[in-house]
Ligand binder design. Structure first.
Ligand SMILES: NC(=O)C1=CN([C@@H]2O[C@H](COP(=O)(O)OP(=O)(O)OC[C@H]3O[C@@H](n4cnc5c(N)ncnc54)[C@H](OP(=O)(O)O)[C@@H]3O)[C@@H](O)[C@H]2O)C=CC1
Ligand SMILES: O=C(O)C1=N[C@H](C(=O)O)C[C@H](O)C1
Length: 249
């Protein structure tokens, strides 16, 4: 599997390159980055048109790269794995359009543990309709988007069973008593925290916390490579982690 890697010199790009090297069936053939002064075991360029033929594109960069990536993938009929977070509604719509022509695998989190956290959160929200739900996410101080893509995914899974809820961010001042139809989402940033997500369900006199802690970025890279294997033989369409783990929908 020949991989075109977007964001190749970033923290995740380097981890994907290391995991691809350890895998027998994957090879990074090109890295797209603005940091072309860096060195890698594969060619780096700030111009995606310099890329050689590839089987799949993996993106861990910045949301603003999406239009360029989609144009390239459409022109070269290249399946896409989009791991970058923080896309605008317009960029998400572009992803939907691309999926009409090429397979697009998009997830805010490629770890197996977070996939299960999402399923647990959805079940708990359905089983405990009177419990208030808050999501707390924590990440390293380099992270540029908030709330995290994972937190947004968790909200979406909870809203599958609580469609009338609205999301609010940090509370400040005299905000009044908490309405039952809120989901509070809180972003913590500091140091080198890889990624933590807690779903808190608070009822009267009892509460449940479901928490995932990422101990290494390797989990995201391995998941993205599994998604890349999946999309290289998939039909055009939009895919997510549910498609990797059948019967989970
Ligand atoms: N879905 C998932 O499981 C995960 C998703 N992520 C997401 O992946 C993204 C990257 O994270 P991380 O690696 O920590 O971030 P970094 O800031 O370490 O890396 C981002 C990379 O993207 C490059 N880049 C930025 N703009 C462009 C551009 N216009 N053209 C080409 N390259 C560009 C940067 O190059 P330069 O430094 O030169 O600007 C850098 O190499 C984030 O959105 C993060 O949320 C992260 C972990 C897991
Ligand atoms: O930026 C990160 O580092 C991460 N981003 C993803 C997100 O926004 O949820 C996934 C993971 O938590 C790490």
């Amino acid at each position: 599997m020949r991989i075109l890697l977007s964001g190749a010199t970033g923290a995740m790009g380097k981890m994907v390159a290391a995991q691809a090297k350890a895998a027998e069936d994957a090879e990074i053939v090109f890295g797209w980055t603005e940091a072309t002064g860096e060195t890698a075991a594969f060619p780096l360029s700030a111009n995606i048109e310099d890329a050689p033929a590839a089987d799949v594109l993996i993106d861990f960069s910045l949301h603003t790269t999406l239009p360029t990536l989609v144009a390239y993938a459409r022109a070269h009929h290249l399946p896409m794995v989009i791991a970058t977070t923080g896309h605008t509604p317009e960029e998400l719509a572009l992803m939907d359009q691309a999926a009409e022509e090429v397979p697009v695998f998009h997830s805010g989190n490629f770890s197996l543990g977070v996939h299960v956290l999402k399923l647990l959160a959805r079940s708990a929200a359905a089983a405990l309709p009177d419990f208030d739900i808050e999501i707390i996410e924590a990440h390293h101080h380099r992270k540029v988007d908030a709330p995290s893509g994972t937190a947004k995914m968790l909200v979406s899974a909870i809203q599958d069973v609580r469609p009338d809820t609205t999301v609010i961010g940090g509370r400040d001042g005299h905000v009044g008593a908490r309405p039952a139809d809120e989901i509070g989402v809180h972003a913590v940033r500091g140091g080198s925290i890889v990624g933590e997500h807690t779903v808190l369900l608070a009822g009267l006199d009892e509460m449940i916390e479901i928490k995932h802690t990422a101990l290494s970025r390797a989990i995201f890279a391995k998941g993205a490579l599994a998604a890349a294997r999946f999309v290289t033989s998939a039909a055009p369409g939009l895919y997510d982690m549910d498609d990797l783990f059948l019967n989970d929908k």
